[in-house]
Design a protein around this ligand. Structure first.
Ligand code: ADP
Length: 189
């Protein structure tokens, strides 16, 4: 099962991706988490990524494309994966398409989890109180949402044209959203 999870920051992608991955026994490949770990460990990549992340901007395509390329070649990803937070630009989407074509394992579903902006801001500010993620402050949240609208939202059309788009409303309880996600996935299993 090879899936991309898209959606604005705060839509619940990460939470839902984890639930689905546990259920199917496949890895959750979250570029945000890999980058946060790199920042925490002070690696060269982390040092490069930090300034973009702190500003709510996208880390350069070449960096994240490299991360994903390496990660999906690992043994545990051979039975499938969920890409959580990648691709986020058209260039990343094209790079993903090329890397998957090379290993003859095309993407099966690009799932877009959609939530209205006003609800997203409230959710992210609430998460900030609980988890204290450094990029969950109001100005950075606004910047992340702007980045999402200008750079990532166009991927919805991209994947619609590719014929793999599935749209899921991200509003409602956690369980409601999980069951909405599971029904299209059951068909490709
Ligand atoms: P969220 O979806 O809540 O914004 P993520 O954990 O997915 O959180 O990402 C956090 C930050 O990591 C982003 O704001 C961005 O700076 C960086 N990042 C994550 N994935 C990518 C990506 N695919 N391309 C560029 N930057 C990324």
């Amino acid at each position: 099962m090879r899936i991309v999870f898209m959606g604005p920051p705060g839509a619940g992608k990460g939470t839902q991706a984890k639930i689905i991955c546990d259920r199917y026994g496949i890895p959750q490949v979250s570029t945000g988490e890999i980058l946060r770990a790199a920042v925490k460990n002070g690696t060269d990549m982390g040092k490069k990524a930090k300034e973009y992340m702190d500003a709510g901007k996208l880390v350069p395509d070449s960096v994240v494309i490299g991360i994903v390329k390496d990660r999906i070649r690992e043994p545990d990803a051979q039975k499938g994966y969920i890409l959580d937070g990648f691709p986020r630009t058209l260039e990343q989407a094209d790079a993903l398409k090329a890397m998957l074509a090379e290993i003859k394992t095309p993407l099966q579903i690009a799932l877009n989890l959609d939530v209205r902006d006003d609800l997203l801001i409230a959710r992210l500010l609430d998460r900030a109180k609980k988890e204290g993620r450094p990029d969950d402050t109001e100005p950075v949240i606004k910047s992340r949402l702007d980045t999402y609208h200008s750079q990532t939202r166009p991927l919805i059309d991209y994947y619609r044209k590719e014929g793999v788009l599935v749209e899921v409303p991200g509003e409602g309880t956690l369980e409601e959203v999980t069951s909405r996600i599971l029904s299209p996935l059951e068909k490709i299993k």
